[in-house]
Design a protein around this ligand. Structure first.
Ligand code: FES
Length: 107
């Protein structure tokens, strides 16, 4: 879902890198945020809310609302709108509170 031909924008010749979202390999442009890379791949849902389990995604896109946090390379609560995607990065959606998730894994 990228703009490839536009009369005003210059040709996008950024390097294409690969990262993983929920173990699925995806492509991104070097220098993109994780959220932009996910949106570029048609992914808008990055997790669910803690109590009501409602879909969460990009909202403010500037690091203020905490609606977009994901788990990156094992680190919870990373803001996907403010973090640059890197080659081989492993990103996971946040499907519950991280403490609850850890508790589920310990049983
Ligand atoms: S979208 Fe608001 S903090 Fe990322």
């Amino acid at each position: 879902m990228y703009i490839t031909d536009h009369p005003v924008l210059k040709k996008d010749d950024r390097k294409v890198i690969q990262f993983y979202f929920n173990n699925e390999p995806l492509n991104a442009k070097a220098g993109q945020t994780i959220a932009a890379a996910l949106m570029g791949n048609g992914i808008k849902k990055v997790g669910v809310s803690r109590k009501l389990q409602k879909s969460r995604g990009l909202f403010c896109a500037r690091g203020r609302c905490y609606s977009c946090f994901v788990t990156v390379d094992g680190l919870d609560h990373v803001l996907s709108c403010s973090t640059i995607v890197e080659e081989g990065m492993e990103v996971y959606s946040n499907l519950s509170d991280s403490d609850v998730r850890r508790g589920e894994n310990e049983h």
